[in-house]
Design a protein around this ligand. Structure first.
Ligand code: HEC
Length: 114
């Protein structure tokens, strides 16, 4: 089974740190999402700002910041866009659309701990 290059949505925004997502297997929290948190854990860690995204990040995010299957309702997703009164994250900058959409896809696929 090969990965389809031509039909991949993320190809429009090539970034070396982003893996091409297998549309059948979907986004993996461990492989695709957790590595992104390195840009958050400088502040979001034990005894830092909530949520703690360094230790036990999955459970912490699912504890009020992520609504499975509904990125639009998730504070985590809103924080990446800086909408609905949620301050933009990381503060003072903004992620690429491809990275934000990766998080969106993960949430909309059920926010699995996979
Ligand atoms: C420079 C430090 C810093 C970095 C880096 C940072 N944050 Fe934050 N984050 C904060 C602070 C401070 C708050 C509390 C802001 C507030 O409540 O006004 C916060 C709040 C949040 C919240 C909760 C918002 C709410 O309304 O409850 C989320 C979710 C969040 N950050 C996600 C992220 C993500 C995702 C990243 C990485 C892309 C990130 N943050 C990077 C400092 C940071």
């Amino acid at each position: 089974m090969g990965l389809s290059i031509t039909s991949c949505y993320y190809d429009a925004y090539p970034e070396e740190e982003i893996d091409i997502i297998d549309p059948v297997l979907g986004v993996s929290y461990a492989d695709d999402i957790v590595p992104l948190w390195v840009q958050c854990t400088g502040c979001h860690k034990e005894s830092g700002d909530a949520p703690n995204m360094q230790d036990n990040s999955y459970n912490n995010l699912l504890n009020g910041y992520v609504v499975p299957d509904n990125a639009e309702a998730s504070i985590l997703y809103k924080s990446l866009l800086g909408i609905d009164g949620v301050p933009i994250m990381p503060p003072g900058s903004s992620w690429s659309e491809s990275k934000i959409n990766l998080v969106k896809t993960w949430i909309d696929q059920g926010a699995l701990n996979n």
